[in-house]
Ligand binder design. Structure first.
Ligand SMILES: [Zn+2]
Length: 252
């Protein structure tokens, strides 16, 4: 007569009202946990932007410091290269004064030309680095000046969010305890069937009957099924969406 009646629940016999109450409460708590976890793990829209902006500022300071350290090394290297090149130049200039032939003379001049070219290039590089270091140092000190206030402001904003997350976690702990307690009270086979159904029905295994209809799919519950439901002796499934129907005496 009722093809959707589940044999697991049906086999229990007797009053189903307690079990239905437990299942419905369990579903409510499971949904609460899912919703709370989603809320806890979703950074509020306004904070996403705030956090991103702040992280960018922190990263900019770190990047400037890293670049300055690198540039200082490059500058020292250019400095020592320059010293070596000038030493070399001096050596060639000395050689030039003691050459014996015009062939030796033009060879020494060539060497001098080459070294002078290298010196100019290294000097340019040295000056560029100096300029870069000066600019980066200025930017760094500007950023470092404002960062403490920005950090404080950011932590203040995050503080409210962290407090909210802590509240949610406390509520979650309470809800999980109740879920464990309810599940322990429900016979394992019914519990397994309920879990299977709640997964299949995307978190809604038990649907309240409102105004004679299944509140999940809005299909009218047949009068005969309604009668069984009101008697509270069997689990009744919705003909249409196959969810467990839950009839609240007070609300109907
Ligand atoms: Zn339904």
């Amino acid at each position: 007569m009722f093809p959707n009646r589940n044999t697991l629940f049906y086999a229990r016999g007797g009053a189903m009202t307690d079990l239905l109450d437990q299942l419905y409460r369990l579903q409510t708590r499971i949904r609460f946990v899912q919703e709370s976890e989603r809320r806890r793990d979703t950074v509020p829209e306004d904070l996403v932007e705030v956090d991103r902006e702040f992280q960018e500022k922190v990263q900019a300071v770190a990047a400037l410091k890293a670049r300055l350290a690198e540039a200082a090394v490059e500058k020292r290297k250019a400095e020592s290269e320059l010293a070596d090149l000038k030493e070399k130049l001096k050596k060639y200039q000395t050689q030039l004064r003691s050459v014996q032939s015009s062939r030796e003379y033009s060879a020494a001049l060539n060497e001098i030309d080459g070294v002078e070219k290298l010196i100019r290039g290294t000097e340019d590089r040295f000056l560029e680095l100096e300029e870069e270091i000066e600019k980066a140092s200025g930017e760094l000190s500007e950023r470092e000046e404002t960062l403490p206030a920005e950090t404080e402001q950011h932590e203040e904003r995050m503080k409210d969010w962290r407090a909210e997350q802590r509240d949610i976690n406390e509520q979650l702990a309470g809800a999980r305890e109740e879920i464990a307690r309810l599940e322990a009270e429900i016979p394992p086979r019914d519990r397994a069937e309920f879990r299977r159904l709640i997964d299949k029905k995307h978190g809604l295994a038990v649907a309240v009957v409102i105004g004679g209809s299944c509140s999940a799919c809005h299909v009218k519950v047949r009068p005969a099924a309604m009668q069984i439901l009101k008697q509270g002796r069997e689990i009744v499934y919705c003909d249409s969406c196959k969810r467990i129907l839950y009839y609240e005496l007070q609300s109907s």
